[in-house]
Design a protein around this ligand. Structure first.
Ligand SMILES: [Mn+2]
Length: 287
């Protein structure tokens, strides 16, 4: 009998770092969470939950075994020091990009996307940012702080042109945030007609996907930092993700899961979304 050992990594993420073009890592930072903290525990909750899934997706007819990817584990971050945590995340992502890896980052709260997108934008100046979320995250400051999970896309707009930001699923924000979004013209619905427009807009640009899991309805994914009723179904989110199937996805993050053990449903939903995204964008087999 073969003796096997389990170490905690995402399902099938067993390639050696040097052989992997795709790299998973956790950024367990929740330092600015305004409602419920705890998303620092999400990366490992997602890894554990992923083992409840099959590596094969019947919907896509693809299998994770077709992807060479590794899981680096969690980045060690200095808690209580937002600036240093963000700087460390940026350096790490920069290093991965320099080694021609595609980073898939598990949050953590949404602020981690800021240093990641900053690093990615340096390597891909024509980058388009796709932001999937219930919240606009376009506040200039939140509780007096410019660096917050509620300001992340506003900060991104300081180095990414408004025409290169696409927001989908937004159903919460201040009047000012919605006015700004209208001015930029960055918000879209999950309707097929809107997804078609987005496809045209991407038109060969490399894309970065930032997925706040609260885009889902709380009935589908209740365990998140700031649940917002009136959200999307699981299938709608997969439909949105399918829109980018032919695009060059150069990075992705999945943020704001707040695992509530012993309930694992939200973590399993998160893990399945990640599985489908990996299969959509990085599987070498044809559909
Ligand atoms: Mn959100």
């Amino acid at each position: 009998m073969e003796t096997r050992f389990n170490s905690l990594h995402f399902l099938n993420a067993q390639a050696e770092y040097t052989a992997a073009s795709l790299v998973l890592l956790g950024c367990p930072f929740d330092g600015t969470s305004s409602y419920q903290p705890g998303s620092r525990f999400a990366p490992n909750a997602i890894r554990e939950a992923s083992w409840a899934l099959e590596s094969y997706s019947p919907k896509l007819n693809r299998d994770l075994s077709e992807i060479n990817f590794c899981d680096l584990g969690d980045l060690e971050l200095p808690f209580g020091n937002t600036q240093r945590a963000l700087a460390l995340i940026e350096q790490t992502i920069d290093h991965l990009l320099n080694e021609h890896k595609v980073p898939i980052t598990l949050g953590g709260e949404h602020l981690i996307s800021l240093p990641i997108i900053k690093a990615v934008k340096k390597y891909y100046p024509e980058l388009m940012v796709i932001h999937l979320d219930a919240h606009a995250d376009l506040r200039d400051e939140y509780l007096g702080e410019q660096l917050s999970h509620g300001t992340v896309m506003r900060r991104v707009l300081e180095f990414v042109e408004g025409s290169h930001l696409i927001q989908i699923g937004i159903r919460s924000g201040t009047r000012e945030e919605f006015l700004l979004a209208r001015k930029i013209g960055c918000q879209y619905k999950a309707w097929p007609s809107d997804l078609e427009i987005i496809k045209q807009k991407i038109n060969g640009h490399p894309i970065y996907l930032s997925l706040d899991l609260d885009i889902l309805d709380p009935a589908v994914l209740p365990d998140t930092g700031t649940p917002e009723p009136g959200g999307l179904t699981f299938d709608q989110v997969i439909e949105i993700l399918s829109t980018f199937q032919a695009a060059e996805v150069v990075g992705m993050d999945v943020v704001e899961l707040l695992p509530q053990p012993p309930h694992q449903v939200s973590s399993i939903v998160a893990a399945k979304i990640i599985r489908e995204a990996l299969l959509l964008y990085f599987s070498s087999s044809s559909p």
